[in-house]
Design a protein around this ligand. Sequence first.
Ligand SMILES: C[S@@+](CC[C@H](N)C(=O)[O-])C[C@H]1O[C@@H](n2cnc3c(N)ncnc32)[C@H](O)[C@@H]1O
Length: 274
Amino acid sequence: MSLSSIDADYLRTVVMRNSGNRFDPARDYLFESRLQRIVRNCGMQSLDELVRALRSESGSTLEHSVAEAMTINETSFFRDTASFDLLREELLPALIAARRNTRTLRFWSAASSSGQEAWSLAMLLREHFPALASWKIDILGTDISAEMVTRSSSGCYQRMEINRGLPARFLLKYMVRTGDEWEVSPDLRRMCRFQQRNLCDTPPTQERFDVILLRNVMIYFPPETRRKVLLTMHRSLAPDGMLFLGLSEQARMDSHWQTVLTAKAVWYRPLPVS
Ligand SMILES: C[S@@+](CC[C@H](N)C(=O)[O-])C[C@H]1O[C@@H](n2cnc3c(N)ncnc32)[C@H](O)[C@@H]1O
């Protein structure tokens, strides 16, 4: 039996409340397939039963599981290459010069999905900035989905994922074959860590990053949530740091940000708040 429109409305509310994601009603059919695993794992018989359980325990871990299951985790290595090119050619050389005394660089891949964005950054740094080998490099990947965080931390990828964006020479240099999969090298592993975090929540600690990649997630948030998340990003960036959004998210930013348009890509500089 298919989901009633009232139940679909309710599931959309659950998703919004727990992840801030607007779920397009045209994609309601995805509830059936995406939530089957939760139905099975909870020993339930149907999606109706799951909806009934959700209605009786709002704010529960079950709600979080539903919101996580409905996230869209599309990603790839070196996605939207232009941003990585801009970092490599212009922004990182200047940033490295500015950090020559502290010899520390911090990156945040916010909404890192299965981790390819964070590992791409690590490869880019190792490949093009060998002098950083003696620096402290911290690349934090965070995502609301526990499953994605586990996958990212494993650093293991299947051939199909490797084929999406990872140059062959990087594969040979930075990954090791383990059975049917490829695993990131121990050297890259030392640079990256992954945590489960909801971008709608206030970060647990006041960390400052030099570069934040917040790509292809703001499209799912309503305007008010976008504003709130951008405020978190502003607080989390070093004064000379830089923020990247996804290609389709080149937002009209508020007065806290300067939009920097280059021939290659767009990035955002935090402005002092008076
Ligand atoms: C389309 S992927 C983008 C991955 C990567 N940033 C990229 O550009 O390739 C969107 C990711 O955002 C995550 N996400 C959605 N809502 C979130 C939230 N409120 N907090 C943290 N992550 C969220 C999803 O779990 C998903 O992995």
